[in-house]
Ligand binder design. Structure first.
Ligand code: AVJ
Length: 323
């Protein structure tokens, strides 16, 4: 039986351009300045992120993968899902672990990858079609912070948000996101959520400030994105990479610190940005969790925490939550 691929696009043609413009104006006129982390991931940024996941210091990817390897069959059984909805195109390997386990139960029907990048979705989907005869791949081009109401309602769904991506959302946005997922699901359907866990800054900070400087390049690359997309004249090399543990909020922050005073022009939004020497632009928060906080936030969104797994070293948490 041939597998089938359909691609459904929910983004207006100018979505990326208009969202980037709005984010840049909002963030770079704010005090202190910030840029949302979503803009890291152009082609070069995606390659750099891939490199990050293989760094000795960056443990989350390996830790989550070890949980999935050990527990995929449990996840498949506990979710009883016939349809896997993956938010973010995801890494092929994690997707395979989940699809293999769901297929082994005999009831897998549909895989629904959701991403803002049409290209990333097509690449990810095309590879899967060969490996899963009979699988219906229903790719959805959409922004999971906004368009969850448009998800296809087929079968008994498990929505997966892996990698610790939820940690990149600010607490209010995170609550809203979880509420939106809950609203999109029917009772009994599930959310599989990956969360990096609170641990010593001696382990956390090197993961975001590696010895070989890949994360620093990844961080500075967001300025290249602004140069390419908006005609800005940032000199990325004039910024230092900063990673900091915020013990009060329990998140890691990445920032870019101006080595000297500078004036930057961003023609596409008709903006001039002045930075003083040492001024920092926050480019990412990556929240770290404890089990109790995950349970409380899921509960507040109308989910029950059905299962909780960690890797052997207790670095990363995987939750199965039931609507
Ligand atoms: C995969 C988006 C969760 O926050 O750890 C890696 C992104 N930033 N190194 C994370 C990231 C710096 C990553 N997420």
């Amino acid at each position: 039986v041939a597998a089938t691929l359909t691609v459904e696009n929910h983004l207006p043609a100018d979505f990326i351009a208009s969202t980037l413009r709005r984010d840049v104006v909002t963030g770079l006129t704010a005090e202190p300045k910030f840029l949302p982390p979503r803009w890291f991931y152009d082609d070069r940024g995606s390659v750099l992120f891939d490199e990050i996941t293989r760094l000795p210091e960056y443990y989350p990817t390996r830790a989550e993968r070890s949980i999935l390897r050990a527990e995929a069959a449990e996840i498949a059984a506990a979710s009883a899902a016939t349809s896997l909805v993956e938010l973010g195109a995801g890494s092929a390997e994690k997707t395979h672990l989940l699809l293999d386990a769901l297929r082994a139960t005999g009831s897998l029907r549909t895989y629904v990858p959701v991403d803002v990048s049409d290209g990333a979705l097509r690449t990810a989907s095309a590879n899967l079609l060969w490996d899963y005869p009979g699988l219906a791949v229903h790719a959805v081009v959409a922004d999971f912070e906004r368009h969850l109401g448009l998800l296809p309602v087929d079968g008994h769904r498990m929505v997966a948000l892996l990698g610790g991506t939820i940690g990149n959302l600010a607490p209010d946005t995170r609550a809203q996101f979880l509420g939106n997922v809950r609203a999109a699901l029917r009772p009994g359907e599930t959310l599989l959520l990956g969360t990096d866990l609170v641990k010593s800054p001696d382990v956390l900070l090197p993961a975001y400030d590696d010895a070989s400087g890949v994360t620093a390049e990844f961080n500075r690359n967001v300025l290249n994105v602004l140069n390419a997309e908006l005609g800005a004249d940032f000199r990325a090399e004039a910024f230092d990479h900063v990673a900091r543990w915020d013990a009060e909020h329990e998140w890691v922050e990445m920032r870019l610190r101006a080595q000297q005073a500078m004036r930057v022009r961003i023609p596409a939004v008709d903006l001039t940005v002045d930075l003083h020497r040492g001024e920092e632009i926050r480019t990412e928060i990556s929240a770290k969790f404890r089990r109790e906080r995950v349970a409380a936030e899921l509960d507040a969104a109308g989910f029950g925490l059905t299962r909780w797994w960690t890797d052997e070293e207790g670095r990363f948490g995987l939750s199965l939550a039931t609507a």
